[in-house]
Design a protein around this ligand. Structure first.
Ligand SMILES: *Cc1c(COP(=O)(O)O)cnc(C)c1O
Length: 397
C-alpha cells in the first residue's frame, strides 16, 4: 500500500473514529494492575461509567468485544432450558438469539422484517399469554446496527409492566450508548450490554454489563456454566478498583478520557448532535431519491442510516468504488440485507463538516457507480446543517 494523504473516513457504524485525545491517553506506559495507582484509575472509570448508563448500580467492565458482554448477560442471570423472548429486528438480534440457543436456553424468536424495532404491544401480548411465567427474560437490541432501527426501550418496559410479568429485561446498547438517550435505571433494565468501539469512541476491546439489583439476585441462582464471565469475583475486586484478572489497562486510560469528553460536551448535547446528523443524513438520502431501510420515523436511528439501493444495483460494488476513490469505509449490508443496503455511520466523534464530507463521498460514489439519483442529497443536508442548530430530536424513547 502506498501512502494516502489525509485521514481515512471510517464511517462504518463501529468501530468509530477514535479522537486524538483518546489516542494520546492510551499512548502511555502500561501500569501494574495490582499496584496502588491502578485502584485509583479503576475506581474512576467504574464510577464514571454510571452516569453514561444512567444508573446508580455497578457497571462491570470485561476485556472483550461486545459479544462477550452478551454472553455475560445471559450466563449470569439464566439457567439451562430457561425460556427467553427475542424479536428478529436484524442481524445482531439474530446473532444474540443464536448464542442463547447454543448456551442451552430456549428461545422464542419472533420473526421480523428487518425494517422495524421491537413492537411493545407484541411483548405485552406474549407476556400476558405466558400465565405460568415460563419466560425468564426479554432481550432487545436498542439500536439494530444492521438496519438503523432503534427500539423503544422505555415503552417495552411499560409493556412488561402492563403484563405484570416478572421476566428479566436484557438490553444490547452496543451501538447506542453515548449516542442515543438511554436510561438503565429509569427504564428498569436488568442487564445493559455495551461495547467500547461505537458511541464511546474507543478502540474495540472493552465491553460492559450494567446490572440491576434484580439481576444480581438472579445471578445468585443462575445455573448456566460460567467462569471468565462471572460477575461475582468482578464485583468483589471492583469494590477497591481492581479486577480478578488482567484488565485492558491502556484501554481504561482511553475510557477515562472518553468519559471526560462526553461529560464536557454534556450527554444531552451529544444526543442532540447525533439526532441532528441523522436528520441531515436522511434529508440527503431523500434528496438522492433513495429509500431509508427503517420504516417507522419514531424508530429512526440517530447513530447510523441504512440506505436501500434500487433493484439491479449492488451496495457492495458502490462501497468498493467509494473506498477506492475517496478512501472512505461505509458499513456493508449484513445477513439478510447483504448487498442490498449500505450503512452510513454518523456516531461517535463527529461534526458537521465530517458529515458533509461523508455525504459528498457517497454522492460522488453513487454517480461513479452508475446508481441513478434524483438530485443532490448533499445540498439538502447542507441546507439543514446550515440552519441554526435546531436541536431536532428523533431519538426513540
Ligand atoms: C457491534 C455490535 C455487536 C457486536 O459487538 P462486537 O464488539 O463486534 O462483539 C452486537 N450488537 C450490536 C447492536 C452491535 O452494534
Amino acid at each position: 500500500m502506498t501512502y494516502r494523504s489525509g485521514r481515512h473516513f471510517l464511517q462504518i457504524p463501529g468501530p468509530t473514529n477514535v479522537p486524538d485525545r483518546v489516542l494520546r491517553a492510551i499512548d502511555a506506559p502500561t501500569m501494574d494492575h495490582r499496584g496502588p495507582e491502578f485502584g485509583v484509575l479503576g475506581k474512576t472509570v467504574l464510577e464514571g461509567l454510571k452516569p453514561v448508563f444512567k444508573t446508580k448500580n455497578p457497571v462491570i467492565i470485561f476485556p472483550a468485544s461486545g459479544t462477550g458482554a452478551w454472553e455475560a448477560a445471559l450466563v449470569n442471570t439464566l439457567s439451562p432450558g430457561d425460556k427467553v423472548l427475542m424479536v428478529e429486528t436484524g442481524h445482531f438480534a439474530s446473532l444474540w438469539q443464536e448464542m442463547a440457543g447454543r448456551l442451552g436456553l430456549t428461545v422464542d424468536f419472533v420473526p421480523g422484517d428487518w425494517r422495524h424495532g421491537v413492537d411493545p404491544a407484541l411483548i405485552e401480548a406474549k407476556l400476558k399469554e405466558d400465565k405460568g411465567h415460563t419466560i425468564k427474560a426479554v432481550c432487545a437490541v436498542h439500536n439494530e446496527t444492521s438496519t438503523g432501527v432503534t427500539s423503544r426501550i422505555g415503552l417495552i418496559r411499560k409493556a412488561i409492566d402492563a403484563a405484570g410479568h416478572p421476566a428479566l429485561y436484557l438490553v444490547d446498547t452496543i451501538s447506542s450508548l453515548g449516542s442515543i438517550d438511554y436510561r438503565h435505571d429509569e427504564w428498569g433494565v436488568d442487564v445493559t450490554v455495551a461495547g467500547s468501539q461505537k458511541g464511546l469512541m474507543l478502540p474495540p476491546g472493552l465491553s460492559f454489563n450494567a446490572i440491576s439489583d434484580k439481576a444480581i439476585a438472579a445471578s445468585k441462582k443462575a445455573g448456566l456454566q460460567k467462569s471468565y464471565w462471572d460477575w461475582a469475583p468482578m464485583l468483589t475486586a471492583n469494590e477497591k478498583g481492581y479486577f480478578p484478572y488482567t484488565p485492558a489497562t491502556n484501554l481504561l486510560y482511553g475510557l477515562k478520557e472518553a468519559l471526560d469528553m462526553l461529560l464536557e460536551e454534556g450527554l444531552d448535547n451529544v444526543f442532540a448532535r447525533h439526532d441532528r446528523h441523522a436528520e441531515a443524513t436522511r434529508r440527503a438520502v431523500r434528496g438522492w431519491g433513495l429509500e431509508i431501510l427503517a420504516k417507522n420515523p419514531e424508530e429512526y436511528s440517530s447513530a447510523l442510516t441504512a440506505v436501500l439501493l434500487p433493484d439491479g444495483h449492488n451496495a457492495d460494488a458502490l462501497r468498493k468504488v467509494i473506498l477506492e476513490k475517496f478512501d472512505m469505509s461505509l458499513g456493508q449490508g449484513l445477513g439478510k440485507v447483504s448487498g442490498k443496503v449500505f450503512r452510513i455511520g454518523h456516531l461517535g466523534d463527529f461534526n458537521d463538516l465530517a458529515l458533509a464530507g461523508t455525504l459528498s463521498g457517497v454522492e460522488m460514489g453513487l454517480k461513479l457507480a452508475g446508481v441513478p439519483i434524483q438530485g443532490s442529497g448533499v445540498s439538502e443536508a447542507l441546507d439543514y446543517l446550515g440552519e441554526a442548530n435546531t436541536g431536532a430530536t428523533n431519538a426513540a424513547a
